[in-house]
Design a protein around this ligand. Structure first.
Ligand SMILES: [Zn+2]
Length: 433
């Protein structure tokens, strides 16, 4: 492949632009299909939630407003990405980072230092791009539907913390990648994949303990019926509960959520406090059982293995392109310089067709994980009625999309739509009763 590309020296820029545009058109087509479903005014007959007309219309409207926002935001992002390719922006930032490095006297003059400066400058630019969208989403869309409970300073602080954590992770990965490449004298795909797996696995382990408390107020779940029922559930399933937390979700959002972290044998469960405002104690316990299901069924492990396979195959693909000198020249890098980070970013656009395929697989697995965790709560833990009623209330409270276009769902949705999820659950319940 490499020799072929070197011989013909394709116009990589045109290839990148063609892939980027094809992906944009494909995604816009899917969004239009979904928009048709969201414009329906009559609830689907297969709906087995008690869905009154008013609630159906409100959910359709919320989904439509979000979908319109996404269409506009993604269109602007497409033009931004076109501009990045056309103007050789990454190479310009690379050269600027080189200038900053030359003028600094505390960093060694190496590719690694320049890459870290590049990563920081890019992060600041991306953050500046993203912030107005986040503000609009939270203070206009979420506000309109009474979901937003946070203030501008709160949002700024939590966005800043999230970006900072991501920046630390990025720097760790980039430093290990460049060091390993220099050590081996080539791209050691296996080692680089192992680094990503390690960072991902560690991230899962430290997220509820270190990162989550930085973003939200997390307290131990107070003693009482709910706590003892969750403890009993863990005991029945031979699961050592290190911690049960109540997340103060109510001061930032009206959305409800829950999460679990750890291994299939021990870990932490965290539940948003606003669940208790709408769900009965037994229903909240079935939410905890769903989260426990994610751990008991090795979902976190499956996710990190899958992510490693994706990263590994991406690196394999990219390693074929990165050695291609013409690639760097076409994207405006001065002759002879071939920094790994820039090559990686350029090759990402050429990887788009495979990335689209990966999105289908990734979302399929994510949706499967959700339905499996619902089954775990309903069948394995025996909470048939409460799992279904908790799910139904949760979907209603969050104004979740009632039903989706099948192709849109396959590509875009990490969670099955409300009807699909409840139907799947009811089928499982009927089979086991
Ligand atoms: Zn889940």
């Amino acid at each position: 492949m490499l020799n072929f590309f070197n011989l013909f020296q394709p116009d990589w820029k045109s290839v990148s632009i063609a892939f980027l545009s094809a992906k944009f058109m494909f995604e816009s087509y899917l969004k239009l299909r979904q928009h048709n479903i969201l414009s329906r005014t009559v609830a689907p007959s297969s709906s087995n939630e008690e869905l009154d007309q008013e609630s159906f219309e409100k959910r359709q409207e919320y989904s439509r407003v979000k979908s319109k926002y996404k269409l506009i935001a993604d269109t602007l992002k497409y033009f931004r990405d076109l501009f990045i390719i056309q103007s050789n922006l990454n190479s310009i930032i690379w050269t600027v980072s080189g200038g900053i490095l030359t003028n600094s006297n505390f960093l060694p003059q190496t590719e690694l230092s320049q890459s870290l400066i590049f990563c920081t400058v890019s992060k600041i630019l991306l953050f500046t791009w993203k912030l107005p969208f986040d503000l609009y989403y939270n203070f206009v869309i979420e506000e309109e539907f009474n979901f937003n409970k946070s203030t501008v300073p709160d949002l700024l602080i939590s966005s800043f913390i999230q970006e900072f954590v991501q920046w630390v992770i990025d720097l760790t990965i980039i430093s290990s990648f460049i060091k390993l490449i220099q050590y081996f004298g080539r791209i050691p795909i296996f080692h680089l994949t192992a680094v990503v797996w390690l960072v991902f696995t560690m991230g899962f382990a430290i997220y509820p303990r270190i990162i989550l408390p930085l973003l939200l107020k997390v307290n131990p779940l107070p003693e009482g019926e709910l706590r003892s029922k969750i403890e009993k559930l863990a005991e029945d399933k031979s699961f050592r509960l290190n911690k049960i937390s109540a997340i103060d979700g109510s001061s930032s959002t009206a959305h409800t959520n829950a999460l679990a972290a750890g291994s299939p044998w021990s870990g932490t469960i965290a539940i948003y406090d606003n669940f208790s405002d709408h769900l009965s104690i037994d229903e909240v316990v079935s939410v905890a059982a769903h989260e426990l299901g994610h751990l008991k069924l090795f979902h976190l492990e499956q996710q990190s293995i899958y992510l490693s396979i994706i990263v590994g195959s991406k690196l394999l693909f990219i390693s074929k392109f990165i050695e291609n000198k013409s690639l760097y020249e076409q994207f405006g890098l001065p002759g002879g310089t071939t920094p790994f980070l820039i090559g990686y970013l350029i090759a990402q656009d050429i990887y788009i067709p495979l990335e689209v395929l990966g999105t289908f697989i990734d979302n399929y697995l994510k949706r499967k994980i959700e339905t499996d965790a619902d089954y775990y709560s309903a069948i394995d833990c025996g909470f048939k009625e409460t799992t279904a009623s908790a799910l139904s209330k949760h979907l209603k409270m969050n104004l979740s999309t009632v039903s989706s276009d099948w192709l849109y769902s396959l590509y875009f949705e990490t969670h099955p739509s409300a009807i699909t999820r409840l139907e799947a659950l009811n089928v499982a319940i009927r089979k086991h009763s």
